[in-house]
Design a protein around this ligand. Structure first.
Ligand code: SF4
Length: 349
């Protein structure tokens, strides 16, 4: 026999009131804190409001699909949660010719958004290499949108990369808590990171940023501050991923971030800043099978497909493990369909 658990009526009314408050633009610390804790029916209402906002601002219901090429695993940072540089992997840089062949392959599969990712490496040689690749690529495929995710650089280097043909740049601030940032990224500071975001905007990039949920020592207050920090910049894309402690890192014993909390953050990002792209990251899938579908249900409208980096290099890019979850085309298509959305054609991006 099933026992039906009745919730007190005051609790139900309170939750509806909170959704109403969010709907009318009340983003006070108190409202956001309570919304982050939503589970069950209240969480479903939160997601419904987020989807409503997405549909108002993206009426085509199109989802952007980004193909990734991890162009190099050389990184001068040593983030305490990331396995890059810690699992004894050898270094690689994808050559100019190899890069063009991979990009052509992606283009021929009708992909129109290419995300070029690497460890953080602001050496002149590497930046010149990426610029050389971009300059060769853009005249071949003029309708290919190029997004870079290469970490902190100098302003002049951002300008150089923008002039070479990249339009977008993703630089996550990870957390708005400066002390926590320093603990996790001991070779960097939050102030420097935010300075880089400002430089990117000045260099003419369309910029994306975001945070991680579940960092060791992170509080709900930190998450609310993350939401406010996102509002300080004119961003085109914002993301929120589940913290996954990397193998053989100082954080290896820390617990993984909570999926529900991450989904609530994503929904609040959509409600507060509705006209930005939001990816449903593979970290959600790592946290729980089906997590990326839930990300779409919480207001996301971007998926990333790991079809660019050859397998022998992918093994050498272990953000948290050599056994990363890297969702492929068919799976992503199926969750997009299931969420009542459709993949964007080139023209809709
Ligand atoms: S998270 Fe990025 S910057 Fe930090 S060590 Fe890993 S690849 Fe380098």
């Amino acid at each position: 026999m099933h026992l039906i658990k009745h919730r007190p009526i005051e609790q139900i009314v309170g939750q509806c009131m909170l959704i109403r408050k969010l709907n009318t633009g009340d983003y006070s610390r108190e409202t956001l804190t309570q919304a982050l804790a939503f589970r069950g029916p209240a969480q479903r209402q939160l997601f419904a409001l987020a989807r409503q906002r997405r549909e108002e601002h993206f009426p085509s219901r199109a989802v952007q699909m980004r193909s990734v090429i991890e162009i190099s695993n050389i990184c001068h940072q040593r983030c305490n949660f990331c396995s890059i540089g810690r699992i004894g992997q050898s270094h690689y840089v994808i050559t100019h010719a190899e890069f063009l062949a991979l990009a052509d392959h992606i283009y021929n599969k009708k992909r129109r958004v290419l995300l070029i990712q690497s460890g953080e490496n602001d050496s002149k040689t590497f930046v010149n290499h990426v610029c050389g690749c971009l300059k060769a690529l853009t005249p071949r495929h003029r309708d290919l949108k190029i997004i870079l995710c290469l970490g902190n650089m100098k302003t002049a280097q951002y300008r150089q990369l923008h002039a070479a043909g990249a339009a977008w740049y993703i630089l996550k601030f990870e957390t708005s808590n400066a002390k926590l940032y320093r603990k996790l990224k001991p070779r960097d500071t939050l102030a420097h990171r935010l300075g880089c975001i400002a430089s990117l905007l000045r260099a003419g990039f369309e910029v994306g940023s975001g945070n991680m949920v579940g960092l060791p020592g992170q509080t709900t207050d930190d998450l609310v501050n993350d939401l406010y920090l996102l509002g300080k910049y004119k961003l085109v894309t914002q993301s929120c991923s589940v913290f996954i402690p990397g193998e053989k890192t100082k954080c290896a014993a820390a617990p993984m971030g909570d999926l529900d909390l991450t989904l609530n953050m994503m929904a609040l990002m959509r409600i507060m800043y509705p006209d930005r792209m939001i990816p449903t990251t593979s970290s959600l899938e790592k946290a729980r099978r089906g997590g990326q579908y839930l990300g779409l249900m919480a207001g996301a409208n971007t998926v990333t497909v790991h079809d660019g980096t050859p397998a022998h290099f992918k093994r050498l890019f272990p953000i948290y493990s050599t056994k990363r979850i890297t969702p492929q085309d068919d799976y992503l298509r199926s969750i997009v369909r299931k969420a009542g959305l459709k993949l964007a054609s080139g023209a809709e991006l």
